[in-house]
Design a binder for this molecule. Structure first.
Ligand code: URA
Length: 293
């Protein structure tokens, strides 16, 4: 007997009304509560299924071991760390962008590539031969970001295959990095601006979430931003490379080093030494970051 019933009996208040067995389960309020609970469970299951169908397909070939930079051979470089404005927080799951209020799903890698191939967001779709998505190992720890496809890239559908690409390959090789194994290379724009003119602000804007989604998938340890357009787009600044190089920046929590564009270096040979210093700094930072994980 419950305590309250005992007290009531002791006070002479007599037998009280008692619910029939199952009465509470059949009460309209209880039925409504159960129905709401069931709906919530179905919605939760549907959401889980949608999210798992958006998981990126991981490339099937495992990445060969990347040789860590031989930092002992590298000359010391002074480093300042700056932090760029963060427009979206880091994602733990590469398929999900987490913002304080909402979770935004991003397409799988294959779907993203397809979206880029079909893109008609700006006028460049009328003049391109094809889109240039990127190249390299999508699981690489280094991500290199250039400006836009040129004539050769537009024809071949791959970034950095012209003269600037050859210089970039040489720089990577000198730094002990294999272009197909150790890095993933993408551009700010996925289509060639006619006559290799500079990217227009509206073209950068139209294309920027493709690059953001690529970075989310690759989740590199370090980004090497090549040239003004890549650096200024990622860091949301108008400062020059000359001012931004030589420091460690952050793009949405990912360490970023700014350096000159290889095409610029082809025209400005004296700055090649500075670009090499930037590469040395990048390798030092990569080694440091790799040790801290
Ligand atoms: N310049 C770039 O920035 N990207 C390319 O893919 C080729 C040249």
């Amino acid at each position: 007997m419950s305590r309250s019933r005992f007290v009531q009996q002791a006070m002479g208040l007599g037998p009280q009304w008692q619910a029939r067995e199952g009465w509470f389960d059949q009460h309209p309020a209880e039925l409504e509560k159960q129905a709401l609970l069931q709906t919530a469970q179905v919605q939760q299951a549907e959401m889980a299924a949608t999210i798992s169908s958006l998981e990126p397909e991981q490339p099937s070939t495992p990445m060969p071991a990347v040789e860590l930079p031989r930092s002992a051979n590298l000359p010391p470089v002074a480093v300042n760390v700056t932090t760029a404005p963060v427009s979206a927080p880091e994602a733990a799951n590469p398929a999900i962008l987490i913002s304080p209020a909402v979770e935004v799903a991003i397409p799988s890698w294959d779907q993203l590539e397809q979206n880029v191939a079909n893109c008609q967001r700006c006028q460049l779709c009328n003049t391109r031969s094809q889109t240039v998505f990127g190249r390299g190992n999508p699981q690489a720890r280094w991500m290199l970001i250039g400006e836009a496809p040129g004539e050769h890239e537009d024809r071949q559908g791959e970034p950095f295959v012209g003269k600037a690409g050859q210089l970039l390959d040489n720089m990577l090789a000198a730094a002990g990095l294999d272009r197909d194994r150790d890095v993933y290379i993408a551009n700010v724009l996925k289509c060639r601006p006619p006559g290799n003119r500079n990217p227009a602000p509206e073209e950068i804007l139209a294309c920027q979430d493709y690059l953001q989604q690529q970075i989310r998938h690759v989740q590199p340890t370090l980004i090497l931003a090549l040239g003004r357009f890549a650096v200024q787009t990622l860091l949301q600044t108008e400062q020059t490379i000359g001012r931004l190089r030589g420091q460690l920046h952050q793009y949405q929590g990912i360490p970023l080093i700014a350096t000159y564009h290889p095409a610029y270096l082809l025209r400005n040979l004296p700055d090649k030494a500075k670009a090499w210093q930037d590469m040395v700094l990048a390798k030092q930072q990569f080694a440091r970051l790799s040790q801290s994980v």
